[in-house]
Design a protein around this ligand. Sequence first.
Ligand SMILES: Cc1ncc(COP(=O)(O)O)c(C=O)c1O
Length: 501
Amino acid sequence: MPESHAADAAGHPPADDAFLYERIAAHFEQAIAQQTLGVGARMPSVRDIRRQHHVSHSTALQVLRVLESRGLIEARPRVGYFVSDTALQMPAAREPQQLGPFPMQDHRFEGIGERAAEYLNKARLKGPLKVDLGSAMPAPELFDAKLLNQLAVALLREQPQILVHGPSAPFTHPDFQASMARYALGFGVRLAPMDIAATFGNSEAVNLALDALTQPGDMVAIESPTFYGILQAIEAKKLQALEIPSSPHTGMSIEALELALRTHPNLKAVVVVPHLQMPQGATMPDSHKKRLVALCREYRVALIEDDIYREFVESDEVLKPCKAWDTDGSVIYCSSLSKSYAPGLRLGWMNAGRWQERVQMIKFARSRNLPVWPQLLGARTVGSPSYMRHLVRLRQQLRVQRQAAAQAVARYFPIGTRLSLPAGGLSIWLELPEQISSSRLYDEALAIGIRVAPGDMFSNTGHYDHFLRLSCGMPFTDVVDEAYRSLGRMMHAQLGLPPRA
Ligand SMILES: Cc1ncc(COP(=O)(O)O)c(C=O)c1O
């Protein structure tokens, strides 16, 4: 195995560690495939890997993360990593076959808005669903509604005038700004409180960033596939979305992005979801984040970072977003509590770097400020011990649900289905045999009350109809198991094969 690559002073691996961890991960992958490490075997710890392969702590950790994202190993909290029982049943998600950006003729810049809306509307018109595997949201019972209600009531008691006061400057409440600035410091991002804006979820933050940076006709580079909300925002602003191939393990291909930056002078911004990328579930290694920030700086292109899932990553260390490497304000950082803490608050926040004033001006012109009470609730809770305990519980529960979903896929779905089992988060992403159409599957499943998210919601290139995103936000009950079995039957029927179970 390769020799030591020293980390820099801040403990980050050097750029070529990107390849080093891949080589070490491949070594373990082979050991698992040959059953040298059989199902249930304990993996070497981070410390063992450091010693055996002479690598830095972060490289060793990345090796385990990559193996976990491939579904080969699973973490048991405070015990270690073990070879998972789904490991030998399902091939891992593949790296993208496309090396450069998707060619322009593959892009249809319009249509995603209507397509996504059509999928959402069909499900709404169908009425109550039996099983909703289409929405990447934790089930309500995974949140602490009782505690949130107590906090809300206490706040209204303390400040009985809060609902009858109109907006007043400053437009983001200083308590919320102070609280988020403190929280961000904990994950390596230093922000002045006054440069934090409260937004209507992460969605408004990304929209504001695009408005501040672009004119109709400009090009924006995005991961392919990506969250359909980003594609919809780009289309609604009459921008062009340039899809950059992205790995299900390490996120956007930096090489393909560099090629795009060299060849598309009207490229104004890059949008990434660095942690648990939606829908593939990749988490970018620090070395990639650093290269991405440096590249955007070199080409004077803004980086919009949608960091809604950082807190969902299973990790022993605190993960830093790209913003932590921003030295000149070219990273616009966006996040939200919608998925992690209180979906009903619709509370997002952002720091727009060099564009902060412009973003605040646009926000004021468009929608004024966010109501004060959600901001105060956020200010009182984010980073508190109860908040951190809630996140630990949420991650644990979601891990159990993802594992159960992966096992159901292995049991019922056609042989050859590839799975990207991410190191955290709310969903799994599947590559199905090529003859299967997930848009057809959507209609067939909806007819019996099951909703899924078909692959073509996440791209405009037409390359993902045999991909599927399934939500793991709800507890895995017998009814959910039966829904997986039904989906497996429908897929086998599309292939003209008898079902496996
Ligand atoms: C990557 C990503 N960004 C943003 C959002 C939406 O965020 P919010 O509900 O805070 O507007 C989602 C929701 O699915 C998402 O997956």
